[in-house]
Ligand binder design. Structure first.
Ligand SMILES: CC(C)[C@H](C(=O)O)[C@@H](O)C(=O)O
Ligand code: SF4
Length: 472
């Protein structure tokens, strides 16, 4: 008797949500959860113009994050009227259509990719979309989650479905034990440095291997968050005991008998033994070190012991020219050791690294130390629950005593759409996910790294190996 062909986690979720296929190869998918933020509220105007209303408001959840002030919680505290309008527009449209919004001041407000997992809205086996590239984050819970464009947001609002071409699959295995102070952030930077910023283009990545299974849920969320920075359509980790322990008891998690039934279903999701992937990559986890980026793409990452590379040593003329442009923008000379580069600002925040474990790691470094003279250091919790938890543990006092500013939840300096930006030429040690030209303000120079490394940079005034700092 023929057994069913082994299937990947991705294929199982994809086929469960498939409604029909078109002759050109596109598939219509049913969307389980649609998340909205304040950057995407214009999609409601499209519906209104066409006389449509949201098809399944109970499957849509919203929170303002990109345009909120991190100085206060009242909408009046948003100084720029254009920013305020974005936040108010999301509130108006969600209220009008009966969509649940975790608005400003709501105990669950925060960055959409922090809110989904921590409220239990993001669950294994779901198809989750949001008009935001970092929707890949939610795949850490064993969901298929990806970003969609603004036209697609309107389509999903109106129909709760989405046309998609089926992506290819890629398995990235990280085996072995991670060293001390090596986090999910270092793992994903090492992966992107290895495969390149376009290395996973057209693929859904499944992260696997013993180092990944050993990561906490926070670490997995960081990892999946940056899948898009490797070109991936989505990133996922198979659900396991870590996933169930994280989800149990969260506000939107199933309860009682429903919980048991859900876990039983979720246990069927992991890729079957022998399931085939279109591409496979393996990394040695024990060789990964704390990483820092030096250029304008997340692939330009090196272990903290490294030095700024020399464009002359690059393999081709195009890369040489690109590296020269990046070093010019970043104000760096080839051969400079990363630990000799001084910083102006440290930003601990964003949907990549502003969860409770991230803040604990940064606070452990900040404790009993002082932010270096001339450095401005910020901690921006990813959500209201993260902020409450951190305050209950006294982390805000640790940060404040060390000279860090303790701000209100939002995207903040990750992208600066709310006005939180660095000045031209300022060098920022940032726990966010993109180091593009102008990302944190015109002329601002972004270096990506983990929360512990960002705190180490803040207190020493330069990039520092956090392992040495904590030993010394
Ligand atoms: C504003 C939004 C659409 C954008 C994204 O898609 O990711 C932003 O969140 C970002 O991180 O650049
Ligand atoms: S924190 Fe940054 S990456 Fe995440 S959604 Fe906001 S702007 Fe995008």
């Amino acid at each position: 008797m023929r057994m069913d062909a082994p299937r990947t986690l991705f294929e199982k979720i994809w086929s469960r949500h498939r409604v029909l296929e078109r002759e050109d190869g596109q598939t219509l998918l049913y969307v389980g959860r649609h998340l909205l933020h304040d950057g995407g509220a214009t999609a409601f105007d499209v519906l209104r113009r066409r006389g449509l209303t949201p098809r399944a408001p109970e499957r849509i959840f919203a929170t303002p994050d990109h345009y909120v002030s991190t100085a206060g919680r009242r909408v009046e505290e948003i100084e720029d009227p254009r920013h305020r309008e974005m936040v108010e527009k999301l509130a108006r449209n969600t209220a009008e259509h009966g969509i649940r919004q975790f608005g400003l001041g709501d105990p669950n407000q925060g960055i959409v990719h922090v809110v989904g997992p921590e409220t239990g809205l993001s669950q294994p086996g779901l198809l989750i979309v949001c008009g935001d590239s970092h929707t890949s984050t939610h795949g850490a819970l064993g969901a298929l989650a990806f970003g969609i464009g603004s036209t697609e947001v309107a389509h999903v609002l109106a129909t709760q479905t989405l046309w998609q071409r089926k992506p290819r699959s890629m398995r990235i295995a990280v085996e072995g034990r991670l060293g001390p102070q090596v986090t999910g952030k270092d793992v994903i930077l090492a992966i992107i440095a290895r495969i390149g910023a376009a290395g996973a283009t057209g693929h859904v990545i499944e992260y696997a291997g013993s180092a990944i299974r050993g990561l906490s849920m926070e670490g997995r969320l960081t990892l999946c968050n940056m899948s898009i920075e490797a070109g991936g359509r989505a990133g996922m980790v198979a659900p396991d005991e870590t996933t169930y322990a994280y989800l149990e008891g969260r506000p939107f998690s199933p309860r009682g008998a429903d919980w048991d039934a859900a876990v039983a279903r979720w246990r069927e999701l992991p890729s079957d033994a022998g399931a085939a992937f279109d591409a496979e990559v393996t990394l040695d986890g024990s060789a990964i070190e704390p990483m820092v980026t030096w250029g304008n793409s997340p692939e330009d990452a090196l272990p903290i012991g490294g030095a700024v590379p020399d464009p002359d040593a690059a393999p081709d003329a195009e890369r040489r020219a690109q590296m020269r442009r990046m070093l010019d923008y970043m104000g760096l000379a080839p051969g400079t050791r990363l630990t000799d580069i001084a910083i102006d600002r440290s930003f601990i925040g964003s949907c990549t690294n502003a969860r409770i474990e991230d803040l604990r790691a940064a606070a452990a470094v900040a404790a009993g130390r002082r932010v270096a003279p001339g450095v401005t250091a910020w901690v921006v919790p990813g959500s209201e629950p993260v902020k409450r938890q951190a305050e209950a543990e006294g982390l805000h006092e640790v940060f404040r005593a060390a000279g860090f500013a303790w701000r209100e939840p939002g995207c903040s300096m990750c992208l600066g759409t709310n006005g939180d930006i660095a000045a031209p030429g300022e060098r920022v040690a940032s726990t966010s996910n993109r180091n593009f030209v102008g990302r944190q303000g015109p002329g601002a120079r972004t270096h990506l790294l983990s929360p512990a490394m960002a705190a180490a940079a803040a207190v020493t005034g330069r990039f520092t190996d956090v392992r040495r700092l904590l030993e010394g």
